[in-house]
Design a binder for this molecule. Structure first.
Ligand SMILES: NC(=O)c1ccc[n+]([C@@H]2O[C@H](COP(=O)([O-])OP(=O)(O)OC[C@H]3O[C@@H](n4cnc5c(N)ncnc54)[C@H](OP(=O)(O)O)[C@@H]3O)[C@@H](O)[C@H]2O)c1
Length: 438
């Protein structure tokens, strides 16, 4: 009775079922099912066995001073590894049997991924001057106004929401001096943010969080229609208003400050606008503000302002409902109200674009707009892709315009999570072109 340590078919193929931890099988024992089943021939002291002492019968010792006895009938075949006989037809048991056919192996079909078909994903972060923040920020208007359905959240709940968003990696917050109930409640959200950021983990994130605030609007009442561009009587009043935000934000340089309603300034007679831009330059020089943005502006405003101060960010309306920022500029139309081509302008001039109302804004909040009714195709694509329509459209925006810094305004934790998950959505070129059609 003979045991082998490594089983081989006579033809030379290694038995796939052989396991090291199994005791060696007796292959001479009559009726050894394994041997019969595998089509192995009991291995008598056949030419396949180079040396009984050899730990591996397949491999003749290369170090052996005497060349291994070629067990193959063909002495011309010195290949020790190939035990397959040159004469497979020989019926003699002493002669090697034909190499048994290899057991067909299960084929694994690897699905090919055509990377050239993937739309390039946008960067995960955005630079605001010397600060780098994740490209998904938070809009805070709904934490301050009282006209949203359900009223405004309690102060402590709003702070909890800000802390939650910090937990999730949000590092940019968009606000304004007017985000409060009305004109008597100025700086409400600015102060809320300061408190929330200072109290978050002992204020450890104060340096890396960027709050972008705005000056230049007023509230004539507490309703959704109560917003107006503010015309300052003189430039000192304007500077004082910015200083009030500076104090509300902790008396530290404002990392991003924006002129809220730039379109309140005439570009056909730009004297007032130039005066404001010069005042902004003073605020930069005095280190009251660190970076400047323009909101609700036209490309004409940008051209004028950039002659005086660097502009790092633009905040205009942009959503499926309002694609003005993408439209071609009609030169003949009075440039004051012309906010076309803003996105192209930002792209060409390396300016961050923060779209507001990207999900439909206040009108979505109070039910005047309904994405599902208005953009059914968006819901169909989202369903196919297994993501929410809101996350899908926000991700589409960033793929198309990688210089976008989102500032979605939500008071709902599930919506916030969903929004932040949009960072994980990737597209094929085909999917992008489908969304382009919306
Ligand atoms: N510069 C300006 O003139 C100006 C004007 C307006 C706004 N802003 C800024 O832009 C920010 C964004 O605008 P916005 O807050 O008006 O509107 P938005 O970001 O378009 O959000 C609109 C609505 O979307 C809902 N929402 C958010 N994420 C969602 C999700 N994943 N799934 C389903 N619904 C979702 C919100 O409701 P829930 O609360 O129920 O989630 C909200 O009703 C403001 O907060 C403000 O900071 C600037």
């Amino acid at each position: 009775m003979r045991f082998i340590k490594s089983m081989k078919h006579v033809g030379g193929a290694k038995c796939s079922s052989f396991k090291k931890n199994k005791p060696p099988k007796c292959i001479d024992q009559p009726g050894c099912k394994w041997v019969v089943k595998q089509g192995c021939k009991p291995q008598s002291p056949s030419p396949q066995k180079p040396k009984p002492k050899s730990p591996s019968p397949q491999k003749p010792k290369p170090k052996s001073p005497s060349p291994p006895k070629p067990k193959s009938p063909s002495p011309q075949k010195p290949k020790p590894k190939s035990p397959s006989p040159p004469k497979p037809k020989s019926p003699s048991p002493s002669k090697p049997k034909p190499k048994p056919k290899r057991k067909s192996r299960k084929k694994f079909i690897v699905k090919e991924i055509d990377l050239s078909n993937q739309y390039q994903s946008p960067p995960l972060s955005i630079n605001i001057g010397r600060y780098t923040v994740p490209a998904l920020g938070m809009g805070t208007l709904p934490l301050g106004v009282t006209y949203a359905p359900g009223g405004r959240p309690k102060r402590e709940d709003a702070i909890k929401l800000i802390h939650y968003s910090l937990d999730k990696g949000v590092r940019f917050f968009d606000t304004a001096d007017t985000y409060g109930a009305d004109n008597k409640d100025l700086h409400y959200v600015e102060k809320l943010l300061t408190e929330a950021i200072d109290s978050y983990k002992g204020g450890s994130l104060v340096d890396e969080v960027v709050v972008g605030t705005k000056t230049g609007m007023k509230r004539i009442n507490s309703s959704v229609r109560g917003w107006r561009p503010k015309n300052f009587k003189n430039i000192e009043d304007f500077k004082k208003a910015v200083m009030n935000s500076y104090v509300a934000l902790g008396s530290k340089p404002i990392k991003l400050w924006s002129l809220h309603h730039t379109d309140g300034y005439d570009v056909d007679d730009p004297t007032k606008f130039i005066e404001v831009c010069n005042a902004i330059k003073d605020l930069l020089d005095e280190n009251i503000i660190e970076n400047v943005g323009l909101c609700n502006c036209s490309t004409a405003h940008l051209d004028i302002a950039r002659e005086i101060i660097p502009i790092v960010a633009v905040q205009n309306s942009f959503s499926l409902y309002d694609k003005t920022a993408l439209k071609k500029r009609v030169r003949k139309i009075a440039s004051k109200s012309n906010k076309n081509e803003i996105i192209d302008y930002c792209r060409e001039n390396n300016i961050i674009f923060t779209p507001y109302g990207a999900l439909g804004g206040t009108q979505s909040r109070d039910g005047r707009r309904n994405l599902q009714n208005d953009f059914g195709a968006l819901y169909e694509i989202a369903e196919k892709k297994g993501v929410s329509p809101q996350a899908l459209i926000l991700s589409w925006m960033r793929h198309k315009f990688p210089f976008i810094l989102h500032i979605i305004g939500t008071r709902n934790i599930a919506h916030l999570d969903d929004y932040l998950s949009s960072i994980n959505i990737h597209f094929t070129h085909h999917e992008i072109s489908e969304l382009d059609k919306l």
